[in-house]
Design a protein around this ligand. Sequence first.
Ligand SMILES: Cc1cc2nc3c(=O)[nH]c(=O)nc-3n(C[C@H](O)[C@H](O)[C@H](O)COP(=O)(O)O)c2cc1C
Length: 196
Amino acid sequence: MMDRPPDAAEPGNFGILDGISEVIATTASESGIPNAAPIGIIRNGDALWMRLFPGSHTRQNVITTGKIAANIIHDPVLYVECTFEDLDSDAFEYPDSMSLPVLKSTNAWLLFFCQQSEGNLFKLTPVRGMIYDKPVLCINRGFNAVVESLVHATRYRLNGDRRYLDLIEHYDRIVQICGGPREKEAMMKLKEIIEI
Ligand SMILES: Cc1cc2nc3c(=O)[nH]c(=O)nc-3n(C[C@H](O)[C@H](O)[C@H](O)COP(=O)(O)O)c2cc1C
């Protein structure tokens, strides 16, 4: 367990580098209901953004509260659950009595002020964060394949285009070869949810 000063709000310290970093974003509704969903953080130098598409709790909560936390976490099952289901409230905690929830099992979190800029683009300003644990992880193609499958599964659920199912089956083969038990469990769950 490694604590960092709470003012360590440099996104690079949290592994948020140029390009798009996938995190589990946590937010709260106006009445305080916590929510979690995978979201990409877009970074270009010092500029940080999210593209939040209409219809999600995440977007609605951000418009209402102006805040979002990036949870840096590597559990593929949690990624599947957050994409398609609402997590139980006991999956969340409120560090230092913050009004914004983070995931109890996260390795690190970084809180942002988040303001709608134009259309679906929201500007992020890092406020403060905490690193609990810095796992030394090799790249696991199985984990990455779960994330790719999830992206295709969300698109499939939106438009029913069966080409996404072929892509998911392609990634499933990688999960079966390269993934560990959590990746295989995540994939099984994903396939159950989208009924393939
Ligand atoms: C890896 C991954 C990345 C995603 N990135 C985004 C994103 O950047 N913006 C967005 O609006 N939705 C994104 N999504 C889709 C949302 O996570 C999904 O719509 C989710 O169901 C929203 O949940 P909510 O309604 O609880 O907020 C992503 C999904 C996955 C699997």
